[in-house]
Design a protein around this ligand. Structure first.
Ligand SMILES: [Zn+2]
Length: 383
């Protein structure tokens, strides 16, 4: 394992932040394929960091046994800015306090600029897809390096993009408030995304070509289809990226994390990064638990349940159930007026995520239902 440090905000007065990346199998596969997994871009989402800790042990063992057939890069806590944001005793890691921006939005679209650079430099696509990918990655890195990155947040985004651009597989590990395990990916990559959900035994895959505001995974996965549209069929679909939501914020548990690490390694094995993979000594075999087949749904069919007034949220149903439109999910109770109303599902679908806090303010999204039909447009990650 090699540990590398990537300082941010090198012009800062005082101690600058730094991103740490752990590299496994790099020396055995120089110039070979790379997979990158990053933990907790939203720094207050803790489960990914524990899954990363389990992955680290397993990857060290696989490396020592000579069973890594590609480089695996692990960013065990990829957002040092967010991790330093303690406000009134609580970690606040979703938004950058200095700018108010979401840490998982506004990643740059590089394809158009990189294609222009490639052409301006006399680049031509040949018959070898790997050579084409290598040449285009150089243009992408040059395009990224030319973007302004004055402050620490911009430097964090640029550092994470730079590390991921050379990877064939990019997994951005998050969690929701309270949720079943689910995956976000783009429609072009549905077969690979289904391999991933199968390895993780995740019951839901949400697909969108563009969900709005440039989340990290789409800034990666959109590159190759866009380059192909611009430069032609010689461009390989060289990068798969997905966001994995590792259940809810409080599901920080060694047994679950070990099982999730095993599922991620199974996927890396199917993608050719791992040779022989021992069946892990996991206490919870998530594949032994009864799970429905993975539901593949459009992100545009994911509808939010909004609280009509402020009150106490009393859930009636557990997560992971198929519900009918109109079926009550919770009661909302106003302690002052005494009003108590059921919150119905807006659509037939899978009840897959809900608010952790049991107090809802008027207008707040408190639950998400994955329906079959696309019904929304615009910014699909917001209510
Ligand atoms: Zn997140």
């Amino acid at each position: 394992m090699q540990t590398r440090t990537h300082p941010l905000d090198t012009s800062a007065v005082g101690a600058p932040h730094a991103v740490t990346s752990l590299h496994f199998g790099a020396s055995s596969t120089p110039g070979g394929r790379r997979a990158l997994l990053q933990c907790s871009l939203h720094a207050d989402e803790i489960p990914p960091m524990l899954v990363g800790w389990h992955l680290r042990q397993r990857l060290q063992s696989l490396e020592a046994a000579g069973q890594l057939t590609g480089e695996v890069v692990l960013l065990p806590a990829c957002n040092p800015i967010g991790l330093a944001q303690q406000v009134w005793g609580r970690l606040q890691g979703r938004f950058d306090l200095a700018s108010g921006q979401n840490f998982n939005r506004h990643y740059p679209a590089l394809a158009e600029g990189a294609a222009s650079r490639f052409e301006a430099g006399g680049g031509r696509l040949g018959a070898d897809p790997q050579a084409n990918a290598l040449a285009l990655r150089a243009a992408l890195q040059n395009e990224l390096a030319a973007l302004p990155a004055a402050g620490p947040l911009q430097q964090l985004r640029q550092t994470l993009m730079r590390l991921a651009l050379d990877a064939d597989i990019v997994l951005d590990l998050h969690c929701d408030n309270e949720a079943v395990l689910h995956v976000y990916a783009t429609p072009e990559h549905e077969p690979t995304a289904l391999q991933l959900t199968h390895c993780l035994n995740a019951p839901l895959l949400l697909l969108a070509a563009e969900s709005g505001d440039g989340p990290f995974d789409e800034a990666q996965s959109g590159i190759w289809p866009q380059l192909r549209a611009r430069l032609g069929a010689g461009v390989p679909l060289a990068g798969f990226a997905a966001t994995v939501e590792l259940r809810g914020e409080t599901e920080v548990d060694h047994a679950l994390a070990a099982a999730d690490a095993q599922g991620l390694l199974r996927f890396l094995q199917q993608q050719g990064f791992v040779g022989e993979l021992a069946e892990a000594e996991v206490e919870v075999d998530t594949h032994a638990l009864p799970q429905p087949d993975c539901a593949v749904r459009p992100l545009a069919g994911c509808l939010h349940v909004l609280a009509p007034f402020s009150g106490v949220l009393v859930w009636r149903l557990a997560l992971g159930q198929q519900v009918q439109a109109g079926q009550p999910l919770a009661d909302l109770v106003c302690p002052v007026s005494g009003r108590c109303e059921p919150l119905p599902s807006p659509v037939d679908g899978l009840f897959f995520a809900r608010e952790l806090q049991r107090w809802a303010r008027a207008g707040q999204s408190v639950a998400k239902i994955a329906g079959q039909e696309a019904r929304r447009s615009g910014k699909l990650l917001s209510a």
